[in-house]
Design a binder for this molecule. Structure first.
Ligand code: NAD
Length: 308
């Protein structure tokens, strides 16, 4: 019988950390894992730390912990919900996955990386685990290919929207192998326990929301350039003026992360047929320049806007 009480989230970035917080808010016991950093930071070296020190090995996931604790991020309903979250890394703590009834993958939007991760974690998952991906638009059937046969019926996409605490929409996308009963259970669970409004989508690139939303975002960027507007002017028009306070086009892009846009838009572009759509989904050069300069958005405190 399916009964989610313990969850694990893999990837503690913009979405993973916030999903873990939302699950803790719902009363679940949560493990949050991320990769071990490859290099020491200057500050860590100055303190005499090495790559073997736990605080360094968990550095990425501990940044998510800091964000959860920050009242400004509004991820946790109460500080005590943090007590339900265990933080670890994907080298030392894979055993923790054995306890999880539900494992949510929220790593970088890249099919080979997601596949590699599924291969790595599969031996640690319990037989009746529910395994889901938070991908923005990668094919569920393509990801499912690398799973052991017995895990394929347990896998589907649960696509949360940013920020998960506040965005009600949740897209569910089953693969051709997903067990029907599982889809029903996850729908009910996410609606009743997580407060989501579930929309069932097909396994098409970008599903529903990103198929429309990414196209709208990139079209807006092209129109801004065509009309010689500044991004602040576009935000004034596409934000509060149309009832979306603080989430005009470029404010939203900073929240999403330009690196994530740089994964999502090209993936969609390579999967649509019309040349007109491909042209809209092509990112202008200055996005490449911002990426090269490390202006990824809120996650590094500088995107179109500086985050204070
Ligand atoms: P992010 O860049 O903020 O975080 C990605 C995380 O993946 C990082 O913590 C990173 O350390 C980890 N990672 C990198 N390489 C890895 C590897 N080889 N193995 C394991 N982990 C690795 O990205 P995000 O915005 O949190 O996106 C995560 C997923 O959620 C993506 O699939 C994305 O498309 C999707 N998503 C993003 C948004 C958004 O608004 N940003 C919204 C909905 C869905």
């Amino acid at each position: 019988m399916l009964d989610i009480r313990k969850a694990a989230v893999i990837g503690s970035g913009v979405m993973g950390g916030a999903i873990a917080a939302h699950l803790a808010n719902a009363g679940l016991v949560v493990t949050l894992l991320d990769i071990v950093p490859a290099q020491l930071l200057d500050a860590e070296a100055k303190k005499g730390l090495t790559l073997q020190d736990r605080v360094v090995r968990n550095r990425i996931v501990l940044q998510a912990k800091e964000k959860m604790q920050n009242p400004k991020s509004m991820q946790l309903y109460t500080k005590t919900n943090l007590e339900r979250v265990t933080f670890g890394n994907l080298d030392d703590d894979l055993e923790l996955l054995r306890q999880a009834d539900w494992v949510v993958e929220a790593v970088v939007e890249n099919l080979p990386i997601k596949k590699e991760l599924f291969i790595k974690i599969a031996p640690y998952l319990k037989p009746n685990v529910i395994l889901t991906s938070n991908t923005s638009g990668i094919s569920v059937n393509a990801m499912s290919e690398v799973l052991p046969e017995e895990l394929k019926p347990n896998f589907l996409i649960t696509h949360f929207f940013n920020p998960p605490r506040h965005m009600r929409l949740l897209e569910l996308i089953p693969s051709r192998h997903t067990a029907g009963g599982l889809l029903e259970y996850v729908t009910e669970f996410c609606e009743e326990k997580l407060g989501k409004g579930v929309v069932l989508a097909k396994d098409t690139p970008g599903f529903i929301a990103n198929r429309v939303g990414t196209y709208a975002l990139t079209l807006t960027i092209h129109k801004m350039l065509e009309y010689g507007l500044r991004f602040e002017e576009v935000d004034a028009l596409t934000g509060s003026e149309i009832g979306r306070p603080n989430t005009g086009t470029f404010r939203l892009l900073d929240m999403v992360g330009l690196d994530t846009l740089n994964h999502v838009a090209p993936y969609l572009k390579s999967n649509v047929n019309s040349d007109k759509e491909k042209a809209v989904l092509a990112l202008p050069d200055y996005i490449g320049k911002m990426l090269a300069a490390g202006y990824l958005g809120d996650k590094c405190k500088q995107g179109f806007y500086k985050k204070v």
